[in-house]
Ligand binder design. Structure first.
Ligand code: AMP
Length: 455
């Protein structure tokens, strides 16, 4: 297929061309060059492209082109994405691209009120961007029909499968119309399960393989700061103080560490927001919006944010903890240096994280430059530990015991019920530790409280 080098050759409606020009896109990215033309011609597309490649516009522009000039009042395009943040981001990008049209877009995701989303269904918003769980909640109800759907997009399909969304995706498919429709399927990687799912969903797709980035964009300067674990916060504060790090997303390994790092930065006078799985949707949205708007200098995040989130003009990514897999490293570092922009990615590596660094360097194919901050006292180990492993361990042991107790009580209850009611209602007081057979009575659910939430 002839490579489409310019937007002008893509036969897009002038209203879409105006939006592209408003956004300052002068040249299509490779995935756009390869995908837009066959998509506008009505073909299915199977795209192997990572975040940062411009894939959103690659599927949104053909969708808009298709929807323009048709009757309104029914949802015609559905984009499924793995995370709430990505849903909000795709929605925003779709709105920007639809700015000169009357096409409407809504995001459907959990953690926020159902009401406005129910209305989006009822008024038949043109394009819906949804995460699987909340979408299913709607589809199971009277208002949740998508009978007029023409275009389906599965975005970051590999991430969806990683997150265990395959059953939801299959259930959603069962709600969608069976008649011919156009499907776009995007995935950063193509493992067997993805190829299989794509085979089920697509018909004679145009294959778009944008070479998978084995390394972050060339515009990203990467550096490694070897530093003892206990001096990491001090190092970060110092880099911020010296303006070596400007605005930055700081990634930590766990939610707990994200909270602690944010707290310590705040105490150090840095304006900081946090985003991780234990924060409410409102808090997550506020944190991201505040960071994008420049209200916060630093956004501390766990991996939830590592994929798909696009923050314009991001100067720095700081891996406060070394990412556990090389792919995570590439994704995290990919938050900066998007498209034409430049950015820096700094990784703080404690001696015990050396092995992870080696794996990352093998993957990116070259050593990462080591840096040392002059006049910084690396042995200044005054930091209190960021984690309380002992307490965590105790909590886990308590939760496991409670679970064992609950099981044993449930078993005893079943046995007692099987043997007929034999109790007199006086049971159920505290101290049933051994879980002896005691029929009936309220379950002691309270034992389960305090079980550590998954990261
Ligand atoms: P995506 O991979 O869709 O998340 O897009 C990554 C970033 O690239 C977003 O900030 C887009 O606004 C930007 N972008 C998309 N297409 C282009 C283009 N043709 N030229 C410059 N930037 C683009």
């Amino acid at each position: 297929m002839k490579k489409q080098e310019e937007f002008a050759g893509m036969k897009l409606d002038p209203r879409l061309m105006s939006a592209v020009s408003d956004l300052g896109f002068t040249k299509p990215t490779p995935v756009q060059s390869a995908a837009v033309a066959p998509a506008v011609a009505g073909r299915d597309v199977l795209g192997c492209a990572a975040t940062g490649s411009g894939k959103t516009a690659a599927f949104v522009l053909p969708i808009l082109q298709r929807l323009l000039g048709r009757g309104r009042g029914a949802t015609r395009a559905l984009v499924m994405v793995p995370t709430r943040e990505l849903a909000a981001q795709v929605e925003e990008h779709a709105r920007e691209l639809a700015a000169h049209t009357d096409i409407t877009v809504a995001a459907i995701f959990g953690g926020v009120a159902m009401g406005p989303q129910v209305n989006a269904f009822k008024r038949g918003v043109d394009i819906m961007v949804a995460t699987p769980g909340r979408l299913l909640d709607h589809l199971g109800r009277a208002h949740g029909g998508l009978e007029a759907l023409e275009v389906l997009v599965l975005d970051e399909a590999d991430r969806m499968l990683d997150m265990g969304f395959l059953p939801e995706i299959r259930k959603i498919m069962a709600y969608l119309p069976k008649r011919p429709r156009q499907t776009f399927f995007f995935s950063a990687t193509m493992p067997h399960a993805i190829v299989k799912l794509a085979g089920e969903m697509l018909r004679d797709p145009a294959r778009v393989d944008v070479e998978r980035r084995q390394a972050p964009a060339a515009t990203v300067a990467q550096a490694l700061y070897p530093v003892p674990q206990r001096a990491k916060v001090a190092l970060l504060l110092e880099l911020l103080r010296r303006r070596t790090v400007g605005n930055a997303i700081v990634f930590t390994r766990t939610k707990h560490r994200a909270n602690r790092v944010a707290q310590k930065l705040e105490r150090g006078g840095v304006s900081v927001a946090r985003i991780h799985g234990n924060r409410s949707q409102k808090q997550r949205t506020e944190a991201l919006a505040g960071f994008k708007a420049g209200r916060y200098q630093v956004l501390v995040a766990t991996d939830i944010l590592a994929r798909g989130i696009d923050v314009e003009a991001l100067e720095h990514v700081v891996n406060f903890d070394v990412p556990v897999t090389p792919d995570d490293y590439i994704h995290r570092v990919g938050r900066t240096g998007r498209a034409e922009a430049t950015g820096d990615a700094y990784t703080f590596a404690a001696p015990e994280e050396q092995e992870l660094i080696q794996a990352i360097e093998r993957k990116v194919g070259k050593p990462i430059e080591r840096r040392r901050l002059d006049d910084f006292n690396y042995s200044n180990g005054t930091e209190e530990p960021l984690e309380l492993p002992l307490q965590e361990r105790l909590a886990r042991v308590r939760a496991e015991r409670a679970e064992a107790r609950r099981r044993s009580e449930a078993r005893a209850e079943r046995q007692a019920n099987g043997a007929g009611p034999g109790a007199n209602g006086s049971r159920g007081r505290g101290g049933s530790r051994g879980g002896k057979a005691r029929g009936g009575g309220p379950r002691r659910r309270r034992y389960l409280k305090g079980a550590p939430a998954p990261e």
